[in-house]
Design a binder for this molecule. Structure first.
Ligand code: NAD
Ligand code: IPM
Ligand code: MN
Length: 375
């Protein structure tokens, strides 16, 4: 029995998660996969009611689970970042989900941001998920400080960093520090190279900005080179700005990309545009030896929340990724095939890709497709 915590969250989160759960119910029945769901009402409403983002008791409940299925977090009524950092990032860090796996696949029948050629889009992003600029090391310096305090702070700064900022003449500054550890880089790179091997791919593209952030990404590059050697698989280095260009001009050239946290965040939204939009993009926050968490790449989309307009495909494919990670690859494949077939056939399209199908009708179509198949 797999014990799964379900966090529908905010905005369109509950709508798309509901469709993912319906799909999971069907395959678990068809393939006799025992799944036990427990819904946790975390998000803006819970926070506004209780004043607590996530309680210790809820963390204890989560600690007993095998996986987490999440919708999305973030609400205009709450300060930006409070729920995203307080729940999403907290869980990624708590469970040490150091891999963020984000497949970017353009299915037949789906209009991409790219037209014409360039439909051969099937790449996987392996985004480092617990380091880089996400470690939370930052501060605002000078807020409410007197002139003399600022001068002192400037001296301390200049001793440490030769950044040429005259803090005495600045009102305030803020900084955020990125961290890459050797061990942190090594483990996510091992995952990426193993994935390449299991998919019989002979090249891993490493993304960085080692021409400017020389220390962090210099260390990253050393680890890429040694992982490449360890696994006997070729690697290439690409700067993140160039990757953004190549993803548009020649997306077919990429198969496995391994990225530090922040660049992976940004490039996977670009990837989502290539695969038809944010509504199609799934993701898994993976700890290969622990509790993993699955969620669509998109956010809570407050602009369309509650209207039945959200595309549930990303959430449904995230549920498939969850089954795959829990060891039910066959069921995961059947979900992907059912999605693929509905998209290819083209009668059901949500409004984000020019259709009129509602969130639940899109779910119906995929559920119907699954019912027609059997294990
Ligand atoms: P967003 O992903 O919520 O929305 C961006 C655009 O894409 C919007 O126009 C939205 O309508 C559209 N969109 C997103 N998902 C869609 C879907 N399934 N179907 C159809 N259209 C879809 O990003 P945003 O507007 O920058 O952020 C909104 C909130 O979500 C913020 O609070 C942000 O912090 C949060 N956020 C959360 C997550 C997460 O929970 N994983 C991810 C990104 C953003
Ligand atoms: C994502 C989101 C999150 C991230 C935010 C909401 C914390 O953008 O999952 O891509 O930056 O990782
Ligand atoms: Mn993002």
């Amino acid at each position: 029995m797999s014990r799964i915590a379900v966090i529908p969250g905010d905005g369109i989160g509950p709508e798309v998660t509901n469709e993912a759960l319906r799909v999971l119910d069907v395959v678990s029945e068809q393939d006799s996969i025992p799944l036990d769901f427990e819904e946790l009402p975390l998000g803006a409403s819970n926070y506004l009611e209780t004043g607590e983002v996530i309680s210790d008791e809820t963390m204890e409940v989560l600690d007993e689970k095998d996986a987490v299925l999440l919708g999305s977090l973030g609400d205009p009524r709450v300060k930006p970042g409070l729920l995203e950092k307080g729940i999403l990032l907290r869980l990624r860090f708590h469970f040490d989900q150091y891999v963020n796996l984000r497949p970017v696949v353009l299915y037949e029948g789906v209009p991409s941001a790219l037209s014409g050629e360039g439909r051969d889009i099937a790449m996987r992003f392996v985004r480092e998920n617990t380091e880089d600029f996400y470690v939370g090391l930052g501060a605002r310096v000078g807020k409410g400080a007197s002139r003399s305090e600022l001068v002192l702070k400037r001296k301390a700064y200049e001793a440490k960093f030769d950044i040429g900022i005259d803090l005495a003449n600045e009102e305030e500054l803020a900084y955020q520090i990125g961290v890459i550890t050797r061990q942190g880089a090594r483990r996510v790179l091992d995952y990426a190279f193993q994935l390449a091997k299991s998919k019989e791919l002979d090249l891993v593209t490493s993304v960085d900005k080692a021409n400017v952030l020389t220390d962090m990404y210099g260390l990253w590059r050393e680890e890429v080179a040694s992982a490449s050697e360890r696994h006997g698989i070729r690697s290439e280095f690409q700067y993140v700005d160039a990757v953004a260009l190549h993803m548009i001009r020649n997306p077919g050239r990429f198969k496995i990309l391994v990225t530090p946290n922040l660049f992976g965040d940004i490039l996977t939204d670009l990837g989502a545009a290539l695969q038809g939009g944010l509504g199609f993009a799934p993701s898994g926050n993976i700890n290969p030896d622990g509790v993993s968490m699955f969620e669509p790449v998109h956010g809570s989309a407050p602009d369309i929340a509650g209207l039945g307009l959200a595309n549930p495909v990303g959430a449904i494919l995230s549920a498939a990724l969850m089954l795959d990670t829990l060891g039910h690859g066959g069921a995961a494949d059947r979900i992907e095939k059912a999605v693929q077939e509905v998209l290819r056939e083209g009668r059901h399209r949500t409004p984000d890709v020019g259709g009129t199908t509602s969130t639940s009708k899109m779910g119906d179509a995929i559920v119907d497709g699954l019912r027609k198949t059997s294990c």
